[in-house]
Design a protein around this ligand. Sequence first.
Ligand code: ARG
Length: 411
Amino acid sequence: MAKERVVLAYSGGLDTSVAIGWIGERTGAEVITVAVDVGQGGEDLETIRQRALDCGAVEAYIADARDEFASEYCMPALKAGALYMDAYPLISAISRPVIVKHLVAAARQFGASTVAHGCTGKGNDQVRFENGITQLGPDLACLSPVRDLALTREFAIDYANKHNLPIETTHHNPFSIDQNVWGRAIETGYLEDLWNAPTKDVYTYTDDPTYPPLPDEVIITFEGGIPVKIDGEAVTPLQAIEQLNKRAGKQGIGRIDVVEDRYVGIKSREIYEAPGAMALLTAHKELENVTMDREQARFKRTVADRWADIVYEGQWFSPLKRSLDAYIEDTQRYVSGDIRMVMHGGRATVTGRRSEASLYDFNLATYDAGDSFDQSHAKGFIELTGLPAKLAAARDVTFGRGVAIPPARLN
Ligand code: ARG
């Protein structure tokens, strides 16, 4: 009988390199690795592929998913305006589903029944992988060698040395890092003490905003909520993010330091840097302010919060996520136009906006002559909108519970 096959999400690092052989030993299955480029930089995919084969993979699948990730994962996050806990632009959370898609595709291609990942049992990423895998392939089983097969860091170092695996075991990065084109997440090490400020070596996408270069003015053109030009030059979503990562990164924009509520119940200290994402989110938000109806925008904030929560919780391929996407997509119909920003010293500040679909009406807004707003309507408007609370206030007075107003002091 043919051996069982396991598809493993492969980063090229120590843990997943050791996992190839370890899964084989512990389960008797053949291992197929999958490495997905979501713009994390570092080693090229071919090097990673060769390492997987050298570590014992029977097949090594690689996928350049940078454009796919930018267009189909980052752009929905931008259109949603999604920030988990009002702070975190979901960097890792949106990369897991695109990786999962390629994992499941490889499982089908190579006839695997199980999909494995290198996450620990303490984080959100295991939830995202496993929910994603079972939402795209309900018949597939999930395996976490670190969590389920006791693949600890010390064991991995021993194993790699004993088996002469072509992987560095001495270099020890003090941080746990996950990065892609949407940003970079840094955890652990001395950052686990909440009082410790991050040191310079934590950051690679951003320069220190304390000593910025000259201000950088940028004009971003959006169509239907998506950036299509920067300073008049056509860009793909990937190019827009990459260009702004560089330019906003030089200005130190998008550094985030928060204590975050993990889905598994733990509070954790997180440092993020997302210069391109935060610059785009700032511009996009202001264009919405100009082009989106007030009530639609108000409800969208609720939708965006919920969208961020469920994406954080690994529900990318869920029915609710799909329904919220439909709402968000509909709101983006008129989010087209130009936003001008000055990026400097850690901030992207909007200084201009123009749109053919603008709802801003100069004649209604102006305090100058020629104003078309009929102020006489305001009186009745206030009376009616204030009526419910006025009735309640009068009742409070009747029951002796009116808001106590201290007498004005005359001196
Ligand atoms: N806390 C963030 C999240 O859950 C970042 C996770 C980063 N992952 C990692 N393996 N270091 O999205």
